[in-house]
Design a protein around this ligand. Sequence first.
Ligand code: SF4
Length: 263
Amino acid sequence: MQLPEHSSKAQLLPRIKVQKSLRFENSSLARERRHKNPNRVTMETLAQKRTRVARIIEKLASVYPDARLELEFSNPLELLIALILAAQARDTLVNSVTRELFARYRTAQDWASQPQEKLERELSQINFYRKKAQAIREVCQALVERFQGEVPNSLEALLTLPGVGRKTANILLGNAFGQPTIGVDTHVARLSQRLGLTRETDPDKIEQDLLQLVPEADRVRFCHLLQFHGRRVCLAKKPRCPDCVIESLCPYPHKTRPGPRGT
Ligand code: SF4
């Protein structure tokens, strides 16, 4: 090899190693190893992962241009109550119940002053209605006593409310206050893991991983896109990988294959 002026072989060694490693990364052997290794995305740099996330957002947004929170609300208090009711319940059912109640109960004081039995009757179509009625009364009582009946717009304050965890607080801040948060619900957690964006199982740690990868401006939309995709294609028990628009960006090692005659 012809050495450039003022260059020693020792100086060039790192470059030679990088070139060799790049050649290997692109070789068919490396591709085959990557295919067999389910953890291959851990080899991605942070910058590469961010680029992949940007492409995931772009592709999902093209399929779900109207992705949004499916719970109906017109102010932060309504969203807080809807989120309490939505735990392990379908959003459509929650919406059908809250439509009438939101017209009747407009303030935290309205909710807090309802007798437990009455609220239970009004929420009885939704699972865990006794616990949820109690949770709503308690959280609204705390709002009245400590926040003049208003839902606070900071994570710290929200986390002091009874029954409000990081997921609920972040969804509230992102959707009712327009803050760049990531609310890790079951869909966001499952898809982030399958997409190799996190190896964590704890929602708080998943949130921290995603905060590093998703630009502020896209965070709330990113969650909506994963929720839409998780409900329609990347199903919990059997993802519909052959129909998935981000299949080429997904390293999930247990992808499903097309069934016979496209079933
Ligand atoms: S390829 Fe399969 S596992 Fe990956 S995101 Fe799509 S549906 Fe989910």
